[in-house]
Design a protein around this ligand. Structure first.
Ligand code: GDP
Ligand code: MG
Length: 431
């Protein structure tokens, strides 16, 4: 999956110009990646049509190249579908958990009790699962461990009556969470029970719990539960596994809701507020797309990095220094390379760019002892000037020589790129 989208973006980066053909090609790869992540086919088509349309009709904003522009469109369109996390008020409320058996309702109920108690609210849990044997014990034990108020009636089979009683018994608690029974499949009996419980009080939230591995059935389940109780938020569980949760996207888009939490493990602490960026990155199987776009922007906006000038004309010491600064600001080159398709930088040894802060500082001090002419054209610097610069900066002459050698090496690499077609583009991309 990851490699598929990476290759799509590689195509984008390598394309001479962005035209319909390349966009079609890239969109096809994105479709493949999303379908493999269990995103509903109809949703994928809708999404890819939007991406195509926008990529072909919207001009990139000033200062952004067309590749970056297309990446940004892909990202913003995904954000549009996924939306922000369901808002959760930190105040007294009642919550009803719904979902099929095994989706993670009971585990999430305990996690939520934990979540609210950490925020200083007193939680109580009501067990309305009279269907699965052992449901009472599972939840009461979880609550005991967490020190959370538990209400249940072991021998009563009437879930609606239990919740009615439970809501009365737990009135003094801030956040009351009702864990309901599921079934293996959607059944009229289950839906009726959910409706009846829903009718008992004005539930602040009705959370639909979905297993990340759910795939295409997500939509049907979401619609059925939404018709019965009106879903206010989705919880995707088991995202610590291999499933990407793409199915949940259909649930969200079909019921017009949003994702509230994600479950990332079996313990009561393994609950996280939903974060759209992280989810999209995971869905696409690549590094954080948003961080990538932001980083690229930040570096591109460094006024001192004049890529054109560097590749067409002189490569001054100041150019070299700004370039090193920009690259070091972006973080380890290897990491950047894994985010961006920058294969073409291969003709510069990877550690050539890796500078410690100390080393950068040292270069700065040496350069401060040079004249503007010398920085502009380091060839002027012979051994007597080296001695003068070393003296002025309090550094050894070897340090000055090293800096000059380094400059020469980078200049050579830069020339190589200038004629190198592909590498040229890739270098522009990193800067
Ligand atoms: P319910 O039938 O909907 O109440 O589902 P349960 O809460 O009993 O969970 C079913 C199984 O999924 C249990 O074995 C849980 O430990 C497991 N489970 C629930 N949430 C997560 C999660 O986020 N990560 C992992 N790895 N397992 C989970
Ligand atoms: Mg359960």
């Amino acid at each position: 999956l990851g490699s598929s989208l990476k290759s799509a973006i590689q195509k984008l980066a390598n394309a001479g110009k962005i035209d319909k053909e390349i966009i079609d090609d890239v969109v096809k790869d994105i479709q493949r990646a999303l379908i493999q992540a269990d995103v509903n086919v109809k949703l994928v088509m809708k999404l890819s049509n939007r991406i195509k349309e926008r990529a072909l009709t919207e001009a990139p904003p000033a200062g952004m190249d067309s590749r970056e522009h297309v990446l940004r469109i892909v990202y913003t369109e995904l954000v549009n579908i996924i939306g922000k996390a369901t808002p959760i008020a930190l105040e007294p409320q009642t919550i009803m958990m719904v979902g099929l058996q095994g989706s993670g309702k009971t585990t999430t109920t305990a996690k939520l009790a934990r979540f609210f108690s950490r925020k200083g609210l007193k939680p109580a849990v009501i067990c309305a699962d009279t269907y699965r044997p052992g449901a009472y014990d599972q939840l009461s034990q979880l609550c005991e461990k967490l020190g959370v108020m538990f209400y249940g009636e072991r021998d009563n089979k009437d879930a609606v009556a239990i919740v009615r009683n439970g809501l009365k018994e737990t009135q003094k608690y801030d956040v009351r969470i009702v864990d309901t029974a599921g079934r293996h499949a959607l059944e009229t009996e289950l839906i009726k029970e959910m409706k009846d419980i829903w009718g008992l009080t004005n539930f602040t939230h009705r959370f639909l719990v979905l297993d990340a591995a759910i795939g295409q059935q997500a939509s049907e389940q979401a619609k059925a539960f939404n018709d019965a109780v009106g879903i206010t938020g989705v919880v995707i569980t088991k995202l610590d596994g291999t499933a990407k949760g793409g199915g949940a996207l259909s649930a969200v888009s079909d019921t017009n809701t949003s994702i509230a939490f994600i479950g990332v493990g079996e313990t009561p602490d393994d609950l996280e507020r939903f974060d759209p960026d992280g989810f999209i990155s995971r869905l696409l199987g690549m590094g954080d797309l948003k961080a990538l776009v932001e980083k690229a922007n930040e570096v591109l906006s460094q006024k001192d990095v004049n890529v054109e000038k560097m590749m067409t004309g002189k490569f001054t010491l100041n150019d070299m220094y700004s370039q090193l600064e920009a690259i070091n600001k972006m973080g380890p080159l290897k990491q950047i390379m894994s985010m961006l398709p920058l294969g073409g930088l291969g003709n510069i040894p990877d550690d050539a760019y890796r500078m410690t802060q100390d080393k950068m500082q040292g270069y700065r001090i040496i350069m401060d002892s040079m004249t503007e002419d010398e920085k502009d054209d380091p060839k002027l610097i012979g051994s007597s000037r080296i001695a003068r610069i070393a003296m002025g900066s309090g550094r050894a002459p070897e340090d000055v020589r090293e800096l000059l050698k380094y400059h020469k090496m980078m200049q050579k690499a830069m020339k190589g790129m200038k004629g190198g077609g592909q590498s040229n583009k890739n270098l522009k991309k990193i800067m």
